[in-house]
Design a protein around this ligand. Structure first.
Ligand code: TYD
Length: 207
């Protein structure tokens, strides 16, 4: 297996982190070298940008600033980490990528999909995921899960209407890109969701 780029998407609290850890373990048991990363973040500069974006005190942040900061964090992540690793034939799992910006900034913040796509096309320069797992769980359930286990960030604090729009956006992406975006019912047990992901990986990537 060479140069595979897998991304995970879903509402806050959809269980991405748990599923990414299980998939990492699966790849390792099979003897594959797998790199795990996340957005916003993944490099020193991208993590610095992350702390500005998610800081709960930055309540005055303009939506365009927010979208550009996510794209800037991503540009550095792709240039410094993702693209070089893929060129070396590595497999990468990334927690969130451009799809998050499309739905949170393009739809949730009403900046429009075209605008968000344009700035992200510049940021990623053609580095696209081979497969994207969309963990589907309603924002109500996701946020309840998240609030019970983590401290919330600036985006989590948005109202339910915002999170509902984001979720609708994800469902649209699943329909728009059926070859790449694979929806998984994340209300199922952790083991069931993991098994579904493994089946798809095995069918798609011929491990
Ligand atoms: P994080 O704590 O990593 O949340 P999660 O565990 O749910 O991934 O925070 C990332 C937040 O940033 C999350 O609310 C989604 C949001 N986000 C965007 O709005 N646009 C983006 O492009 C990305 C990558 C994340």
């Amino acid at each position: 297996m060479r140069g595979v780029f897998i991304t995970f998407e879903g509402p806050d609290g959809s269980g991405k982190t748990t599923q990414i850890k299980l998939l990492e373990q699966y790849f390792k048991e099979k003897g594959y070298d797998i790199l795990i990363t996340r957005e916003p973040g993944g490099t020193k500069i991208s993590e610095q940008i992350r702390s500005v974006i998610l800081d709960k005190n930055n309540i005055e942040m303009d939506s365009i600033t927010e979208a550009l900061l996510y794209a800037a964090s991503r540009a550095q992540h792709v240039a410094e980490f993702i693209r070089p690793a893929l060129l070396k034939g590595k497999a990468i799992i990334c927690d969130r990528f451009v799809d998050s910006s499309i739905v949170y900034q393009g739809i949730g913040r009403s900046l429009g999909i075209d605008f968000v796509k344009k700035i992200n096309d510049m940021a990623i320069g053609g580095t696209e995921p081979n497969i994207t797992f969309l963990l589907k769980v309603s924002p109500e359930i996701g946020l309840a899960r998240k609030f019970s286990s983590h401290e919330c960030n600036r985006l989590d604090m948005e109202n339910l209407e915002f999170h509902d729009e984001v979720y609708e956006g994800y469902l649209k992406l699943e329909k728009l890109y059926p070859e790449r975006v694979i929806g998984i019912d994340a209300r199922k047990s952790i083991e069931e969701v993991h098994r579904e992901i493994i089946n798809i990986i095995n069918n798609r990537l011929e491990l």
